[in-house]
Design a protein around this ligand. Structure first.
Ligand SMILES: [Zn+2]
Ligand SMILES: [Zn+2]
Length: 356
């Protein structure tokens, strides 16, 4: 029996999200059926709903920061049972055979991961879905290999954004070996940035936040930042030159990055996490003079995502959220476009009834 699902969907680039009903597949032998309790609202959702990348197909249910409870499992599923607290992030499948998948780096799957929304969905045919549909909905069915366990100590609402914002920042901090003694700068204190601050501080790093104003200074310090820099303050930027081992750059808008590269110590790396669609000049001289690097990083693999969730439980790290009802999503998008959220909207699917 297909699973009746309530959702909010985008039906066109210029239309507000609206109530939408569809069916999820009944769990196959390797599937986990999940009742979604909460879904975080990521900037990528907004880009896809509004077709900013030019390849959106409609109707589409976006959302890839999913936290919920298992309602049923297939015959081959041993790691999950009914009632377990689980999460689903940005992907629901991958080829499983390429070099990246074999290394547990499914996000870099060579033929391409199956994203949680908007990817072709062969398994959706039986219920009339050509593409995968995401988390702004109250049910989802996912292969067990792409389902994460959410530790009991993290509330489900504050856990949801860890599935994208959390892993997106955790993975580069681990890749570049952040630990006690590391000096880490985070550019931009939004959904991604605030997680980067908390995670880097929990790893033992000395964290500095760079922002365009001091509006969020007190928040940054409460989250674990030791220093706060306004990036238009030339004297302060000069004083911070060559200081950082790693800069986590979360800004997606086009911005000037060269002056930030000067903040890197020798062998330091700036990691770009923002999905910017325009080029930004990088000059060779400041790079070669101190063997600096500019790099990118995309979410994290399934194994590393579980490691991140367990790390957050161990260190008491969670996302700071504003919980909304499903029918407040359009208002939330308007506020996100003005960066008016501290620090992630999370949709409470338990408030669907009021949405009708
Ligand atoms: Zn995301
Ligand atoms: Zn693969």
């Amino acid at each position: 029996m297909p699973i009746a699902t309530r959702a909010f969907a985008a039906t066109a680039a210029d239309a507000p999200l609206s109530p939408y009903s569809f069916d999820r597949r009944d769990p196959g032998p390797d599937d986990v059926a999940i009742e979604i309790k909460y879904c975080g609202v990521c900037h990528s959702d907004l880009h896809v709903a509004k077709n900013d990348l030019g390849n959106s197909r409609y109707p589409i249910v976006v959302g890839h920061e999913i936290a919920g409870v298992v309602t049923a499992v297939g015959a081959n599923v041993s790691r999950f049972k009914e009632g377990d607290r689980v999460g689903v992030g940005c992907m629901v499948d991958s080829c499983r055979t390429c070099e990246a998948c074999r290394e547990g780096l499914e996000q870099y799957c060579v033929p391409g991961m199956t994203q949680t929304y908007g990817s072709p969905d062969p398994k959706g045919k039986e219920v009339g879905q050509a593409i995968t549909q995401g988390g702004y909905s109250d049910r989802i069915t996912v292969d067990q290999n792409y389902v994460l366990s959410i530790p009991d100590s993290i509330p489900l609402d504050a856990a949801a954004p860890l599935l994208c914002a959390g892993i997106t920042t955790y993975s580069p901090l681990k890749t570049w070996g952040v630990g006690p003694g590391s000096k880490v700068a985070v550019i931009g204190l939004g959904g991604l940035g605030h997680m980067a601050v908390k995670l880097a501080a929990a790893m033992g790093a000395e964290v500095t936040v760079l922002s365009t104003s001091d509006r969020k200074k007190a928040d940054a310090e409460r989250m674990g930042a030791k220093h706060f820099l306004i990036n238009s303050d030339k004297a302060a930027m000069q004083a911070a030159a060559e200081k950082f081992n790693l800069i986590i750059n979360t800004v997606s808008a086009t911005h000037e990055i060269s002056s930030h590269i000067n903040l890197l110590a020798r062998d330091g790396t700036m990691v770009m996490l923002g999905l910017s669609t325009e080029g930004m000049p990088v000059f060779a001289v400041p790079l070669l003079w101190r063997r600096r690097r500019v790099a990118g990083s995309l979410i994290g693999g399934i194994r590393e995502t579980q490691e991140m969730l367990d790390f957050c439980a161990e260190h008491g790290v969670a996302c700071e959220i504003e919980v909304i009802a499903p029918d407040q999503i359009n208002e939330a998008y308007q506020r996100m476009e003005k960066s008016d959220v501290r620090y992630r909207f999370v949709i409470d699917m338990g408030r669907f009834d009021k949405a009708a």
